[in-house]
Each structure stands twice: as structure tokens, then as C-alpha cells.
Design a protein around this ligand. Structure first.
Ligand code: ADP
Ligand code: MG
Length: 453
């Protein structure tokens, strides 16, 4: 009878993205199916809920069509029924005695960044779900979790949220949160001092701190390892020690592992061992929802009309969206005026005029030309072959997104091209952006160079 279930699941698989299929569908086990009753087993409660919301209805529909009857579904939660067995010991592990006593959640975790404050939309849904999964069942399956995407899109927020959720469920665990920059500075500091003092204690301390103490290691902005050979080497060993000991690792990055320059292959491959999840620019609806949520948290009175206005005009990223709301609220409070669309218009005019960082089309063109290795005058010129046309379209797209210029204005900066050329370039890149992760990564890289030159 269980085959009936298997067939029904198979029938919906073609409609499900492969990554979702592996993450959500495959781990659901059918224990029994008889007389209108199905018993399923999910790895944890969160998984069950996601599965019920997203997949179960279509599977049941198929099942009912096949068998001509309805079913009642029951769930068992693996986590709650299983007796926990310790992970297999594959490599020498630090003995329990030498482990420092676990402390409370890392003081470095930002209490504002929790799951319940994270607004989920189509462009971050997968990353959010993956982060929830990892927080529910650390080191059971997806290790490491690698979250990547452009600036200000919620990577750091998700990383802290994972840490806080694990800390809540395992109060005695040691959750280590560190920015990659801090890891590198710590490492170099320990190394230099060790040489100076001729002892080994600082380096040992460093290694205990990162390789032995953590039950979970969260590293923000791992791209900072690019071109830093000795730090990469150290991180490689840190990674291995924790991974072998079945400790969860979560990393964030502004690029895909494959696109990080100056990264050793062995690290690159490790970064892809687990699950890679992307955060993209939120759509209008999500931007508005984020604003409403943020206003609620900060107790700012924000009407739907004003939220929609802000959301429609501030598109670059969530950080700037929050910035715009903050400015608006500050101005309303200083001038003792209610938050109206007019006030938003006045405030935003200044904000958008300098948006996002006073970038000019010329700066974008220079950056794109350098990145794609084409000549600036070709980028602005009439040549149509792909080697030039593609970088040009990307530059036009960025100009439209990152400056407040109109299509005709942008066209004029590209050697007097017609506004319709700019529009079709922007549309084309928008379309590709949605489909092509490596293009997204290129655009994220260009954007982060432009914002933080
Ligand atoms: P990143 O690390 O990707 O550059 P952050 O995580 O620092 O971005 O996010 C920037 C700001 O935007 C933070 O204040 C964060 O709380 C907020 N933010 C980002 N995405 C969301 C979201 N989906 N819901 C609520 N707030 C968000
Ligand atoms: Mg960040």
C-alpha cells in the first residue's frame, strides 16, 4: 500500500525544484497507509509544517484521484520519538574533561536578529527555510549551510537567528559567532604574539576557541578569506575539526563558493558539501511587509499608503529600506508632523537624490568595464557583439537600479542610445537575474564594489 504514497509523491516531483525536493520531500517517510489513514514521519516539527503547507495538498489530491477515497494524515516527529544516539566518532575528539565549560549563547549574537523578526517572501523563502531546518536539527544533514547574496539582504540576520534558535533549544551549547574579519585578525594576532613570546599558549588558545569549544560555529562574510592563504589554511583545519565532530557550521558570503577569488579548491569544495541557499532582492510586496513589520517593532505609525510609497521607491536592499523609514520617522518626530505620503515624498527626495551612495553612471561604467575587461569607449560605443553587449546591458541595468536617472538620461550616457534600448537591456538583465545564479553573483559583486569601493 505504501507504494500508493510513493507514486503520488513521484507525481508531484517534476513540479518541485530539485533543491526543494531533496530538502523537503525526500526526508518525509511513509510509515503506514491503510483504510483511509496515512502515517508519515518528518524529521522535525518545522519540517512537518512546511511539508503540510507546501506539498501535502497536491500529494493528497493525486492520491485521492488514484484510489478514489480520502485520507486522514498523521505525523510522527522523528526528533521526538527517537532516542538520541551520540554521533559516531570518526576522528580523535577533544576529551570532555579538557573542554571548557559551555557558556550561554555567545554575547556576540544580536538579539534583534531572530526568526520571528525576519519577513519571508519569495526571494528569501528558501534561505529562511534552510536556516530554520538547520536550527531545528543542527549538524544532522546540511553541514555547512552556506547563505549567500548581495548587500543588505538579510544574511547576517539569518545567521544570528540560527544561533539564537539553537541557543534557545540547547541552552548548554556553546554557540560561537564570529565575523570572518575577526577570525582572521584573531588568528594573525595569536600567531604574531606566539612568535614574540616563544610559547605556544596563544595559538593553542585560539585553536581551542575555534576548533574545540564550539558546538555551533557561525561565520559572517566568509568572502573575507579571499586571497588570505594562511588564514584559509587555519580555517580549513577549523572547519574539518568541527565537521568531523558533527558540529554545525553556518557561513554567509556575498558570492557563490565557485566565484570567490583566491580561494583554495579544498575550501571551495567544503563550502559546497552541505546546502547553498541564496537571498535575493525582495519584491515590492515583501518590501512593504518588511516596512510594516519594522514600523510595528519601532512603534512607528505607518499607513499602508506610505509603506507602499516607500517600498516602491527604495528598491536597492533591506538595509536602505530600513534607513528610509528611520529618516522618515525621525523627521516626523522632529517636526512634530504625522507620517504622510507628502512627508515621505519630501524626505525621500533628498534620500533618493543621493541614492544609494551618490553613484554616477560613469562610476558604474568604469566598474563594469574593469570587471568584464572591456574598453570604456566600447562599453559606450555601438559595437554589438556579445563580449561588449552583455557588459553594456549589465551596466545599464545597474545604472537604472543604483541611480535615480531616467531611461533617456541613461541612454545619453551610453553614447546617445535610445531609451528603448536601455529599457530592453534592463528588462533582459532582470529576466536573466531571476534565472541565472552566476549572473546574480556577478551583479552582487559589482554592486558591492560600487557601494564599498
Ligand atoms: P546582509 O548581511 O545580507 O548584508 P543584514 O542581515 O545585515 O544584510 O540585513 C540588513 C538589515 O535589513 C538588517 O537590519 C536586517 O534586520 C534587515 N532585514 C534584511 N532582510 C530582512 C527580512 N527579510 N525581514 C526583516 N528584516 C530584514
Ligand atoms: Mg552581513
Amino acid at each position: 500500500m505504501i507504494e500508493l504514497w510513493t507514486e503520488a509523491v513521484r507525481s508531484i516531483e517534476p513540479k518541485v525544484k530539485p533543491s526543494h525536493r531533496d530538502l523537503w520531500l525526500r526526508p518525509i517517510e511513509c510509515l503506514r497507509l491503510s483504510e483511509g489513514k496515512i502515517v508519515l514521519r518528518a524529521p522535525n516539527r518545522y519540517h512537518k509544517e512546511w511539508f503540510e503547507d507546501h506539498f501535502l495538498p497536491s500529494i493528497l489530491e493525486d492520491l485521492q484521484a488514484r484510489s478514489g477515497r480520502t485520507y486522514e494524515v498523521q505525523f510522527e516527529i522523528a526528533e521526538e520519538t527517537a532516542v538520541r544516539t551520540p554521533p559516531p566518532v570518526a576522528f580523535p575528539q577533544p576529551s570532555i574533561e579538557t573542554r571548557p565549560v559551555a557558556s550561554k549563547p555567545s554575547r556576540d549574537l544580536d538579539l534583534r536578529y531572530t526568526f520571528d523578526k525576519f519577513v519571508v517572501g519569495p526571494t528569501n523563502q528558501f534561505a529562511h527555510a534552510a536556516a530554520r531546518m538547520v536550527a531545528e536539527a543542527p549538524a544532522s544533514k546540511w553541514n555547512p549551510l552556506f547563505i549567500y547574496g548581495g548587500v543588505g539582504l538579510g544574511k547576517t540576520h539569518l545567521l544570528h537567528a540560527v544561533g539564537q534558535e539553537i541557543a534557545r533549544q540547547h541552552p548548554d551549547w556553546h554557540i560561537a559567532f564570529v565575523t570572518c574579519e575577526r577570525f582572521v585578525t584573531d588568528f594573525i594576532g595569536s600567531m604574531m604574539n606566539q612568535k614574540r613570546q616563544g610559547g605556544v599558549s596563544l595559538m593553542e588558545e585560539f585553536r581551542t576557541r575555534y576548533r574545540e569549544t564550539p558546538d555551533v560555529l557561525l561565520v559572517d562574510d566568509i568572502q573575507f578569506l579571499s586571497n588570505k592563504d594562511s588564514s584559509q589554511d587555519e580555517f580549513f583545519h577549523t572547519f574539518n575539526a568541527l565537521h568531523h565532530a558533527h558540529k554545525q557550521i553556518v557561513l554567509t558570503c556575498d558570492k557563490l563558493p565557485g566565484e570567490l577569488p583566491g580561494l583554495e579548491d579544498r575550501l571551495r569544495s567544503r563550502f559546497t558539501w552541505g546546502l547553498i541557499a541564496e537571498v535575493c532582492h525582495p519584491d515590492l510586496e515583501t518590501r512593504v511587509a518588511i516596512l510594516k513589520r519594522k514600523a510595528e517593532i519601532d512603534q512607528v505609525e505607518l499607513s499602508d499608503e506610505v509603506a507602499l510609497y516607500l517600498g516602491a521607491h527604495v528598491k536597492s536592499n533591506v538595509r536602505e529600506l530600513e534607513g528610509a523609514l528611520l529618516r522618515l520617522a525621525a523627521r516626523a518626530s522632529i517636526e512634530a508632523r504625522p507620517i504622510t505620503k507628502e512627508l515621505a515624498q519630501e524626505t525621500l527626495q533628498k534620500f533618493l537624490a543621493s541614492a544609494p551612495t551618490g553613484l554616477t553612471v560613469e562610476a558604474i561604467q568604469r566598474e563594469a568595464a574593469a570587471y568584464f575587461d572591456v574598453k570604456l569607449h566600447d562599453l559606450k560605443g555601438p559595437k554589438r557583439h556579445r563580449a561588449v553587449a552583455h557588459p553594456r546591458m549589465v551596466a545599464m541595468y545597474l545604472a537604472r537600479r543604483l541611480t535615480s536617472m531616467s531611461y533617456p538620461e541613461i541612454g545619453s550616457r551610453f553614447g546617445g542610445k535610445d531609451h528603448s534600448t536601455v529599457i530592453s537591456a534592463v528588462r533582459k538583465i532582470e529576466r536573466l537575474y531571476a534565472q541565472d545564479p552566476s549572473l546574480r553573483s556577478v551583479i552582487n559583486t559589482l554592486e558591492s564594489h560600487l557601494r564599498e569601493p
